[in-house]
Write a protein that binds this ligand. Structure first.
Ligand code: ATP
Length: 293
């Protein structure tokens, strides 16, 4: 599910306002040159804060013209709801989520947010409303402060610390001799996988989007780190419409709704107990994949 590892698309909502001179800026500009062909409609509208009412209506999509990955998908996600997508590898969970920020455009049907076709909105304002947290965090060679503040370039020092605290990063930062001024990346301190994920979470607390896409890590973290991250993520998802590409049983069990995706599309949806009781695909997946979790 690495199609979210496309820095350009994730960052171009903030790039315009990125102050010159901050470490890493040049690198972004270089990445920007790979702008995809997804673009604003001529009369695209800029929206402020969305509520996060999401509808997939008869959505069809394929990466290649002759092979649809999704066909006639219908899905309604209410504002504030947490949906966990589960299903076999390659079924299309990541693809469904990547259509929402318009990394790709549907080839049939439409996706609406708050009743508006997402293609009628400016990419900038749509993506400003969507936060993505994923395994491959895009960190640049700069200080911890700059990397967190990337979530909101107008953030105050106090807000940056608050975001670090909510992402369980505060203690780690305080223990570094240079604190927030510590340079990370190639020329500086290397962060662990868990710390990188917390940096992404801290950014999201600052960005404060009404819609969140969480691409859960498949790689194992130690139990304590895992729990700290889960706690931060569940705090982050409160009051936001959250789509999780889920691999963790705890996330799946706590979701408002589980959407099971397989080759045929959306096979089942419901809560954990309902799906277990109905004895369908989910109950079998659960038995096979999660019995030892
Ligand atoms: P996983 O759990 O392994 O992440 P997934 O359910 O998220 O799987 P997707 O990543 O959405 O599945 O992939 C759905 C299908 O689309 C797969 O057959 C995959 O090979 C294909 N696919 C994904 N990304 C691309 C791409 N950029 N170009 C072409 N095909 C792609």
């Amino acid at each position: 599910s690495n199609i979210f590892f496309r820095p350009i698309e994730k960052i171009n909502s903030v790039i315009e306002s990125y102050p010159k001179g901050i470490a890493g800026f040049k690198r972004y500009v270089e990445v920007l040159d790979t702008e995809p062909d997804i673009a604003d409609a001529k009369d695209a509208k800029s929206v402020e804060s969305l509520r996060g009412d999401i509808r997939f209506e008869q959505v069809t999509f394929g990466y290649e013209a002759d092979r649809n990955i999704l066909s006639d998908i219908d899905l309604t996600i209410r504002p504030g709801e947490t949906i966990a997508f589960v299903g076999p590898s390659g079924a299309g969970k990541t693809t469904i989520c990547s259509l929402l920020p318009r990394f790709y455009d549907v080839t049939g049907g439409r996706i609406t947010v708050d009743g508006m076709d997402i293609r009628s909105l400016t990419l900038q304002s749509l993506r400003k409303n969507i936060g993505i947290v994923q395994q491959d965090v895009f960190l640049f060679s700069g200080t911890i402060r700059e990397n967190i503040a990337y979530g909101d370039l107008k953030a105050t020092e106090e807000q940056i610390w608050e975001a670090a605290r909510r992402a369980s990063l505060e203690e780690m930062i305080r223990q570094l001799p240079q604190g927030m001024d510590t340079v990370i990346g190639e020329r500086g301190v290397k962060l662990s996988g868990g710390q990188k994920q917390r940096m992404a979470i801290a950014r999201m607390f600052l960005k404060n989007p009404p819609i969140l896409i969480l691409d859960e890590a498949t790689s194992a973290l130690d139990t304590a780190t895992e729990q700290a991250i889960q706690k931060s993520l569940s705090e982050l998802s409160v009051g936001r419409t959250t789509l999780v590409i889920a691999h963790r049983l705890a996330t799946i069990k706590n979701a408002d709704r589980i959407v099971v995706v397989d080759e045929s599309g959306i096979a089942e949806q419901g809560r954990h107990q309902e799906l277990i009781a109905s004895g369908g695909i989910y109950s079998r997946l659960h038995e096979a994949q999660y019995q030892h979790a």
